[in-house]
Write a protein that binds this ligand. Structure first.
Ligand SMILES: Nc1ncnc2c1ncn2[C@@H]1O[C@H](COP(=O)(O)OP(=O)(O)O)[C@@H](O)[C@H]1O
Ligand SMILES: [Mg+2]
Length: 419
């Protein structure tokens, strides 16, 4: 059918034509935001899930909900190269400026700006350098003695409280939406949690809504033991079959076409309900089909095309960021099958001691490639990445062949050779 009106949207953070299965969490977020704005208690939220399940899309929606509810909301994406200060401070400054512009001058807002200035003043030279001209641009005197002790945790706490007070004074609320929080350093994350703890004890109208890979749970727990009580961790997972059906069928129905029953069942089975893959398969199926009914044979073609696409992009960009040692580690893990495996067994498969590959495993966790679903176990954060590893890396002679019937989805015979 006409690719110009193809409704599907595979891609990181691309809003899907039909956001299936996420109303409960969006409703819950809307209630929490309302409560917090009205001075009631609401826990901060960290959306947790593997890559491609739709965390960014949900976080974007919550960001919009917050704006609709009258919040000043910032959307921040953490990454490996930026410190928390670099991510947070420009956003806070922006929010404070907007608060300050609203009506005539407010003491609390001016104070928050001065605290922000002294917070920046207390940062080390390197951290400051990463902030560009922010300090000078503030054009306000620092509030000496506030948020400038040099203890990042205490200072951030003071800063966020000052910002929260400014918002309360203006009868406004602030939402900080932070994506990819697993990239924050443990200390920074700990400081952020501590600061929120204070803000929440004082019922200040400042909300954190974050999203990250499953390792954030451990990161938060290690940083601060009370993180458990401070946050809730809604899990964003694969969609149920009925939700997959909505995600696929509603967009094509809106264009006067439809998936046949067999076609739907096949996509649901092959994609295992992973939202990114649903968009990918939907996209290729639409283009492959003569229409108006998308048939099973169209899905078979879509599977070939989708895997080729994923191999070139979604999987490939992650693979290209790996060192040879990291590739070997992931290859061994992939070779053992798609579930989680004990770290000791992976080391044994590589023929090395567990301690000697621990740094490689740590680096892969930091890169967001693997995580530890339970202590001592390791699994991929990207669904179907194990099958990609086996396609892209020839079987190693030192490794025994993969045990058992492991692939329920993508039969190796039908796969195109990666180019
Ligand atoms: N609930 C959903 N229903 C249908 N498609 C979705 C849904 N959530 C996400 N998607 C699609 O999945 C892909 C990945 O979404 P994204 O938010 O980037 O995932 P993540 O941030 O978890 O890696 C996008 O193409 C998006 O359109
Ligand atoms: Mg994302």
């Amino acid at each position: 059918m006409d690719p110009r009106i193809n409704p599907f949207s595979p891609g990181a953070g691309s809003p899907p034509p039909e956001l299936a299965g996420r109303s409960p969490i969006l409703d819950h977020a809307a209630i929490s935001l309302d409560r917090l704005r009205n001075g009631l208690h609401a826990r901060s939220m960290i959306l947790v899930g593997l890559r491609g399940v739709g965390k960014t899309v949900v976080l974007n929606r919550i960001h919009m909900l917050a704006q609709e509810a009258g919040y000043h909301a910032a959307f921040i994406e953490a990454n490996e190269r930026k410190t928390l200060a670099q991510l947070l401070l420009p956003a806070l400054r922006q929010i404070l400026y907007t608060l300050n512009l609203r009506e005539n001058v407010s003491d609390k807002t001016r104070r928050a700006l001065r605290v922000l200035r002294s917070f920046i003043g207390s940062l080390g030279l390197k951290a400051k350098a990463g902030l560009g001209d922010l300090e000078l641009e503030l054009a306000i005197d620092p509030e000496t003695g506030s948020a400038d002790s040099g203890d990042f945790e205490a200072d951030l706490s003071e800063l966020l409280q000052a910002v929260g007070e400014a918002a309360a004074d203006r009868k406004r609320a602030i939402a900080l939406c932070i994506d990819e929080v697993q990239y924050l350093h443990e200390k920074e994350f700990g400081a952020l949690i501590m600061a929120l703890h204070r803000v929440s004890q004082r019922r200040l109208p400042l909300a954190l809504i974050a999203a990250g890979l499953p390792q954030v749970r451990g990161l938060a727990g290690r940083s601060k033991s009370y993180a458990e009580r401070l946050f809730e961790y809604p899990e964003i997972g694969p969609l149920r079959p009925s939700e997959c059906e909505e995600a696929l069928q509603i967009p094509v129905r809106n264009q006067g076409a439809a998936f046949s029953r067999e076609a739907l069942d096949e996509i649901i089975q092959v994609t295992q309900g992973y939202p990114y893959f649903l968009q990918q398969w939907g996209y290729e199926a639409w283009n492959s089909s003569a229409g108006p009914i998308i048939e099973l044979a169209d899905i078979h073609r879509a599977t070939k095309l989708s895997i080729r696409r994923l191999d070139q992009s979604f999987f490939r960009v992650r693979f290209d960021r790996l060192t040879p040692k990291e590739k070997d580690y992931l290859h061994a893990l992939a070779d053992m099958g798609p579930t989680a495996h004990r770290s000791g067994e992976i080391a044994a498969r590589l023929g090395v001691k567990i301690q000697s590959v621990a740094p490689v495993r740590d680096a892969l966790i930091r890169k967001g490639m693997i995580y530890s679903p339970i202590y001592g176990e390791t699994a991929f954060t990207v669904p179907l990445f194990d099958e990609f590893m086996c396609r892209v890396m020839p079987p190693s002679r030192s490794l025994p062949s993969r045990p058992g019937d492991r692939s329920v989805s993508l039969p190796a015979k039908s796969l195109p050779t990666p180019g």
